[in-house]
Design a protein around this ligand. Structure first.
Ligand SMILES: Nc1ncnc2c1ncn2[C@@H]1O[C@H](COP(=O)(O)OP(=O)(O)O)[C@@H](O)[C@H]1O
Ligand SMILES: [Mg+2]
Length: 325
């Protein structure tokens, strides 16, 4: 059988009493690609991951992982996936190496294989020197890396990561991104949840934005940026004293101009490349010197604000304190 999707969610619903945590979420993740499940705190990301990884049963809907139904064959689902949850699950009293050995033997892997794979994983996650220390001596970043290493010992083809970098310092975050890119290059299919737009932008081939349990947008990072709001035409004049006359000139050709004196910049709704080229021509014929003229696309931050009515960072404060270590 040829499978094109490593992960499929089909109308997933989850109620907790009166709380509707997930309200009909569907998506597919092509084999070997990365899906970013992006949403603010409380959006339903963890609940979706828990349903897809058979940790909690959907109220309605179903899904498949590596072709196996999460309701029909949960054991096969668990054999084909790894999961790194939001809270680290490493055993603090064991060393890094012992944590790896424990999980490896739970999977029934051959001891010689476990030894070799543990060495490789500790090396890959920059834990080789710390491998024989108990995990309680590890920093937050090291625990995250050990957690990820543990979820990889059985080399699952599909990996779920729930907010893998929340609470990590920027350097550890970039290091983890590197490791994840290597995994994907080796063929792993990745679903990661994140509140960091930048992270989705960096890693994901496709993004599904969820808010209050429903999908409110999806597409490639580029498509999402295109969807949300028009691009802006931005003109930067070289001499501050030209700003006013440049503004007058621009007003004859666009609906609305915003002037920023400090930045020597004029911003107007963009009307396409041809329009911009004509305006650039007008400036070229005038005596106004420009530092720059161009189109500015909205950032993913703008997209998020546009879609949800709030910035992603608004929700981060709680998590950061909770996971700082
Ligand atoms: N075990 C639970 N019991 C009751 N409510 C829950 C439970 N788990 C999650 N919720 C609620 O479901 C909603 C979605 O939560 P969650 O999936 O953790 O969101 P996210 O991971 O996007 O922050 C939230 O309102 C949360 O309070
Ligand atoms: Mg969560």
């Amino acid at each position: 059988m040829t499978r094109s999707f490593a992960i499929e969610a089909e109308g997933l619903v989850k109620h907790f009493g009166d709380t509707v945590a997930v309200d009909g979420v569907s998506f597919v993740v092509p084999e070997g690609s990365v899906l970013g499940l992006l949403g603010p705190n409380g959006a339903g990301k963890t609940t979706t991951v828990r349903m897809m990884t058979t940790l909690t049963r959907p109220t309605a809907g179903t899904g498949r992982v590596a072709g196996h139904d999460i309701l029909g064959d949960p054991a096969a689902v668990r054999r084909s996936m790894g999961l790194t949850g939001q809270a680290a699950t490493v055993d603090e009293l064991l060393t890094g190496r012992e944590n790896l050995r424990l999980i490896g033997s739970l999977y029934g892997l051959d001891p010689a294989y476990i030894r070799r794979a543990s060495d490789e994983l500790l090396e890959r996650f920059s834990l080789a020197d710390a491998g024989d220390r108990t995990a309680k001596t590890y920093s937050g970043g090291m625990r995250r890396r050990l957690d990820l290493a543990v979820s990889l010992i059985a080399t699952p083809p599909v990996l779920f990561l729930d907010e893998p970098t929340t609470g990590l310092d920027p350097r550890s975050r970039v290091e983890l991104w590197e490791v994840l890119r290597e995994l994907v290059a080796d063929g792993t299919t990745l679903l990661l949840t994140t509140q960091y737009l930048e992270e989705a932008d960096q890693l994901a081939d496709n993004i599904v934005v969820i808010d209050r349990g429903t999908v409110i947008a999806e597409g490639t990072p580029l498509q999402l940026k295109d969807q949300s709001g028009a691009a802006a035409l931005v003109v930067t004049v070289s001499r501050p004293e030209d700003l006013e006359i440049a503004e007058q000139m621009l007003r004859d050709h666009v609906a609305e101009v915003h002037a920023d004196r400090g930045a020597r910049q004029l911003t107007a709704p963009a009307e396409g490349l041809g329009h911009m080229t004509r305006i650039a021509g007008l400036f070229a014929e005038s005596r106004i010197e420009l530092d720059d003229i161009g189109l500015k696309r909205p950032s993913l931050d703008d997209v998020f604000l546009h879609l949800t009515g709030h910035r992603a960072e608004d929700d981060l404060a709680d998590d950061q304190t909770e996971e700082a270590s």
